[in-house]
Write a protein that binds this ligand. Structure first.
Ligand code: HEC
Ligand code: HEC
Ligand code: HEC
Ligand code: HEC
Ligand code: HEC
Length: 414
């Protein structure tokens, strides 16, 4: 909707009415978000609005970094610093079906100067990705998190700090709800204009509460994601973090030696304050198990012993840990059955067990059972859309093997 021709062809009174209507629409959009349980929190409001920092023009991230060298170096390595410029975001944000909304930029590049309806196409969207202005290249940056009303906001104000820049204390920066202002939000598909209801697309705060209710020790996101005030804030891109979140154990034993075995894969959650994998619904894990012989040849035929399972087709036996988003979750059909969420819950120990049948004639030497745990940033279809190679969006984060020795031949009668 372009207001310029409107002003030239409508009398002022109509323009005022239209303006009022736009204001009403904005109010309605804000109102609809509330029932989506995306709770209004602090400093950020789930992408409804961009932030206004009122920072002096000389305050750039590089300027902050000239004194706060460690925070700056860590932030530059973080995903927050590429939130507006990563290939994945750029492609999806420019995609007519899934992107092109002010909403996206309000969270990924919150210093975007224009504020319209969260659902609407931001003015000059394509040009911005061409021109690469400072608010876009910063992504989620120092100014986004630390500057309001032209002053630095921090959990600790000191005279040394005040000597370098105006500051004010705000303890809320140290709280879980601070992160959740961006890390928890409702779904919004562009084919459902101004409808924010449906399930939460990211539910880090709710999942964190589930973790606390289960006896979780960490008091806030920061304890795991900002140890010693670190600004790298690692997550699913870090092998170390994914390993911290989930352990893998494997057992194999004969039930009928040479003919039938049982293989059990156990996934055990570690120090993690939400479901695994957390964050984006794009992410998922797969546990892939196979049995091979001394020559590297796959042997045996897995037969599921787990009731919830689809029939197995052969090796590898694949288990997927993933949150699916269906019509109900998207808010298209609230009567639809809930889509499954097979991710690990905090504190959960998940066991998959398989019965495996062998042809005793074909077995030679000892057997090896191997399970690999893969982390997937996204599925192949999305990878193709974003122009990634499959190997760039999935990796093995854990691998374990056990031997299954063939039964000794029965002692011959003397
Ligand atoms: C995603 C939001 C976010 C971004 C981006 C961010 N910070 Fe922080 N920063 C925080 C939070 C949260 C704290 C810690 C609050 C607490 O627990 O006391 C913090 C703490 C700090 C501290 C206090 C010392 C410390 O390490 O605890 C400094 C200095 C700081 N940030 C500077 C920066 C600079 C410089 C940048 C840009 C390079 C930056 N921050 C980017 C959220 C952010
Ligand atoms: C000229 C140097 C300088 C620049 C530039 C600078 N700061 Fe600071 N800042 C300081 C000093 C010195 C302190 C006080 C540190 C202390 O007392 O331990 C401080 C304190 C802070 C704190 C609180 C630290 C704490 O221990 O909790 C934050 C957050 C912070 N600055 C953020 C920023 C941000 C964001 C920018 C850019 C907008 C910035 N600073 C630019 C020197 C600077
Ligand atoms: C202004 C919005 C905003 C705030 C506030 C914010 N984040 Fe983020 N965060 C993002 C966005 C956007 C991304 C996705 C960046 C990407 O991968 O493109 C992200 C990514 C992450 C990741 C994923 C990193 C990875 O390796 O996959 C972690 C972990 C994270 N943030 C933790 C935090 C924590 C902890 C806080 C609070 C201290 C916080 N964030 C505050 C917007 C925010
Ligand atoms: C007890 C430790 C712990 C706490 C508390 C915690 N996390 Fe995590 N978080 C992890 C670990 C470990 C991972 C890596 C495994 C994964 O991706 O789920 C992770 C992953 C993530 C990711 C990355 C997912 C991705 O796609 O890359 C995000 C985003 C995230 N956490 C946000 C949060 C937010 C927001 C909070 C607070 C509401 C929080 N975390 C609390 C440990 C924690
Ligand atoms: C309320 C804040 C918010 C809004 C609104 C939002 N995002 Fe995000 N987005 C995030 C956070 C936080 C993450 C990181 C979660 C994680 O790493 O698991 C993220 C992750 C992503 C990723 C994955 C990045 C990667 O590195 O793999 C893409 C792509 C993305 N968002 C695109 C979009 C698009 C397109 C829109 C608009 C339709 C949008 N986002 C709206 C907060 C938001």
């Amino acid at each position: 909707m372009n207001p310029v021709p409107m002003r030239t062809c409508f009398p002022h009174a109509v323009a005022v009415l239209l303006f009022a209507a736009a204001g009403l629409a904005a109010w309605q959009v804000h109102d609809v978000l509330q029932p989506a349980r995306a709770e209004t929190t602090i400093l950020f409001n789930h992408g409804l609005d961009p932030v206004v920092t009122a920072a002096p023009a000389s305050w750039t991230n590089a300027w902050c970094g000239s004194c706060h060298k460690q925070e700056y170096a860590q932030w530059q390595e973080s995903r927050h610093s590429v939130a507006g410029t990563s290939d994945t975001f750029v492609v999806e944000c420019l995609e007519p079906g899934s992107g092109r909304q002010q909403f996206c930029l309000n969270c990924h590049t919150p210093r975007i100067p224009d504020r319209g309806l969260p659902t609407a196409e931001p003015p000059g969207l394509d040009d911005a990705f061409g021109d690469q202005p400072d608010w876009l290249t910063g992504g989620v940056d120092c100014l986004t998190c630390h500057v309001r009303d032209g002053v630095v906001v921090a959990t600790r104000v000191t005279s040394r700090g005040l000597a370098k820049h105006p500051m004010r204390e705000d303890f809320r920066l140290g709280r879980t709800e601070f992160c959740a202002g961006c890390h928890q939000f409702a779904f919004k598909d562009s084919d459902l204009p101004d409808r924010f209801h449906g399930a939460l697309q990211q539910a880090s705060l709710e999942e964190f509460r589930e973790y606390k209710a289960g006896g979780g020790k960490a008091a806030r996101c920061h304890e795991c994601h900002m140890p010693k005030g670190g600004h790298l804030m690692p997550g699913g891109f870090s092998d170390e973090m994914v390993r911290q979140a989930v352990g893998l154990e494997l057992d194999a034993r004969w039930i009928d030696p040479g003919r039938e075995a049982e293989v059990a894969v156990t996934l055990r959650t570690g120090r993690v304050g939400h479901r695994v994998p957390g964050g984006e619904e794009l992410r998922f894990l797969t546990a892939r198990t196979e049995v091979y012989d001394a020559g590297g040849r796959m042997v045996g035929r897995p037969v599921s012993s787990d009731k919830t399972h689809e029939p197995l087709e052969g090796w590898p036996a694949v288990e997927t840990l993933r949150r699916l988003m269906g019509d109900r979750e998207h808010g298209r059909d609230l009567q639809a059955a809930p889509a499954p969420d097979t991710r690990l819950r905090s504190g959960e120990i998940r066991r998959y067990s398989y019965r495996v049948h062998f042809d005793p004639e074909s077995l030679r030497g000892s057997l090896t059972v191997r399970t690999r745990l893969w982390y997937h940033l996204m599925h192949d279809g999305k990878a193709e859309l974003f122009g990634h190679q499959a190997e760039d969006v999935q990796r093995v984060v854990r691998e374990t093997e056990v031997r299954l020795d063939l039964p000794r031949p029965a002692p011959t009668d003397r």
